[in-house]
Design a protein around this ligand. Structure first.
Ligand code: AP5
Length: 212
């Protein structure tokens, strides 16, 4: 059983690196952002309740997110472990993990400067069908505006990647989530990773820090 968590500000590369670790460890990525966006798209009750928070760059209330995660980790693909991407994001969420008897092996904190975060978020594009993630400058698709994986076009920009929303998400991160760095450091399970540079290099840094 391996339980990892990707921690870091918006645009740090949590999703990008979690995807790489999925292949390396053969355990699923559990991205609360992806789950909430799917709930929104599908018009579920959870999606309707989460939408106004997400659309304004605010955190979704703890109770909604915790309930969603509780359910997700009982699915069969999670029986050998998982990589949390974007959860927990508040002290209440981390306490909820304790109540679920979920013990994290490592918390991977990805560190990136604010100007670089803004560049990454502003240039991010994704496929509306298969959800593959690109960057206009750093990770462009082979054919302009077309997904390499499924051929879908055009690629889309996330609604919360607009400048005003990015600013709000960074404020939420600083207030609610960044205190978790010290919290998990205190537990002795925090791994701090320089998140700038080639994504493949960053993956190597993570694996070497985890001793794998
Ligand atoms: P979520 O989807 O989790 O967004 P986020 O944390 O803001 O993180 P991002 O997905 O924006 O960035 P990332 O770190 O994954 O970076 P990525 O790899 O894509 O959450 C969205 C919303 O949902 C929240 O605002 C909130 O409302 C709600 N929510 C979610 N979880 C919640 C929770 N637990 N509690 C309450 N609310 C919750 O990379 C970004 C870009 O950079 C890409 O274009 C990529 O190609 C590029 N890139 C990646 N690595 C590199 C690199 N090394 N060099 C250059 N470019 C790179």
């Amino acid at each position: 059983m391996k339980r990892l968590m990707m921690l870091g500000p918006p645009g740090a590369g949590k999703g990008t690196q979690a995807q790489k670790l999925v292949e390396a460890f053969e355990i699923p990525q559990i991205s609360t952002g992806d789950l909430l966006r799917a709930a929104k798209r599908n018009g579920t009750e959870l999606g309707k309740q989460a939408a106004p928070f997400m659309d304004n760059g605010k955190l979704v209330p703890d109770a909604l997110v915790i309930g969603m995660v509780k359910e997700r980790i009982t699915l069969p693909d999670a029986k050998n472990g998982y990589i949390f991407d974007g959860f927990p994001r508040t002290r209440t969420q981390s306490e909820a993990l304790d109540e679920m008897d979920v013990v994290l092996d490592h918390v991977i904190s990805i560190e990136v400067s604010e100007p670089e975060l803004i560049r990454r978020l502003a240039g991010r594009r994704s496929c509306k069908e298969c959800k593959a993630v690109y960057h206009l400058e750093f990770a462009p698709p082979t054919k302009a505006d077309t997904c390499d994986k499924c051929g879908c076009s055009p690629l889309i920009q996330r609604s919360d990647d607009q400048p005003a929303k990015i600013k709000q998400r960074l404020i939420e991160y600083a207030a609610e989530t960044s205190p978790l760095i010290e919290f998990y450091q205190g537990k002795g399970i925090l791994v701090q990773i320089d998140g700038e540079g080639d994504p493949k290099e960053i993956k190597k840094r993570i694996q070497s820090a985890l001793g794998t």
